[in-house]
Design a protein around this ligand. Structure first.
Ligand code: GLY
Length: 345
């Protein structure tokens, strides 16, 4: 096991580890929560101590949390017991939430198996599930003692899911200084072909660099009182696009990539974002195969979804915008500019 990063926060820490395939799962004594795909990959587990949730976002619900807690109780797990979540973001979010409330908090290890969950969902302590039609409405902050990552898990990941994770990698890259700083932005700009081919050695550099961007931010602001919100770059637009299409047409990453592009448009429009850098970034995102054309959804529907989501949260329409590489800002924007970017007359 090799440490990729150490997430440090007031009251604790979380180790992000690069492991071999054999080191992915914790000991048999743990209760392991899988999804349909990962359960097949690790089929030799003790069935009493293994649970497979149905695949997809629909499993991110209270019923899944209840199943995990019931099973923990059935195997007489104590507070010092260990729950492991092995899968994509749905499994890691739900499992981490269950661990955060089981006996007021038990031990937790996360094993993300998609690029998206490796670079984002499993790191940083956000847990939760969807409720009342609102994504992540119920949740907690609860960090795993270890996050175990093996890039080998990406070998069989469907292409669309791999690309979905790449949108978050590109987002993290934009939050770093560059180009020329030798960081994530340089890796994604110069090694696109190897990244898209999932070259093992390239992934061994890409994933830690992407994880570290998140760890550096979350270590300073676990509970999102300030700078952690920068990780939502592209998400206000992207989430609205997903919601307007019932979370069925676009992958999360496709929606986020589209959202990042709209954030760049908005920043350029209000004179905040460096236009040349915005153009370069648009090309980079397009080079990774993301569709930069406006989706076939009525702009008014996207805006309505955005306003509805914000009303349910803090009621303010604020956006993460970029001045340039590594320079995010969070700000409210005039509605007329938002309308123009969305294409509302
Ligand atoms: N995915 C954004 C965050 O963890 O804050």
């Amino acid at each position: 096991m090799k440490e990729i990063a150490l997430l440090n926060y007031s009251g604790g820490s979380s180790r992000i580890l690069h492991v071999s395939r054999d080191e992915l799962l914790p000991s048999e004594a743990a209760l392991s929560v899988f999804d349909g795909n990962t359960a097949q990959l690790f089929a030799d587990r003790d069935p009493e101590r293994s649970l497979a949730l149905p695949p997809g976002e629909s499993a991110k619900n209270w019923a899944s949390v209840e199943r995990i807690i019931n099973r923990a109780l059935a195997v007489s797990m104590g507070r010092d017991g260990l729950i492991a979540g092995i899968g994509g973001g749905v499994v890691t979010d739900v499992t981490a939430f269950a661990a955060s409330i089981y006996m007021r908090g038990c031990r937790l290890i996360l094993v993300p198996t998609t690029l998206l969950s490796m670079v984002d969902a499993a790191t940083g302590g956000k847990t939760g599930f969807d409720f009342g039609g609102v994504k992540n409405l119920v949740g907690s902050f609860y960090t795993a003692e270890e996050v175990r990552i093996c890039p080998c898990m990406l070998e069989t990941l469907p292409e669309r899911e791999y690309l979905s994770g790449m949108a978050e990698v590109l987002k993290h890259a934009m939050l770093t200084p560059g180009p020329g700083a030798g960081g994530l932005l340089d890796i994604v700009a110069s090694e696109k072909d190897a990244i898209l081919a999932r070259d093992a050695q390239t992934l061994e550099r890409l994933i830690p660099a992407a994880v570290k961007v998140k760890v550096d931010i979350v270590s300073k602001d676990l509970r999102e009182q300030g700078i952690r919100a920068f990780l939502n770059l592209g998400h206000t637009f992207g989430h609205a696009l997903e919601a307007a299409t019932n979370f069925s047409r676009w992958s999360h990453g496709e929606a986020v990539a589209w959202g990042i592009l709209r954030s760049l448009d908005l920043g350029v429009r209000i004179g905040l974002t460096d236009k040349d850098w915005a153009d370069e970034t648009r090309h980079l995102i397009a080079d990774y195969g993301f569709d930069i054309v406006t989706p076939q959804v009525a702009p008014g529907e996207i805006k309505a979804a955005m306003v509805d989501d914000k009303k349910k949260k803090d009621g303010r329409l604020r956006f993460v915008l970029m001045k340039g590489p590594g320079e995010p800002v969070l700000q409210e924007v005039p509605e007329v500019d938002l309308d123009a970017v969305l294409g509302i007359e």
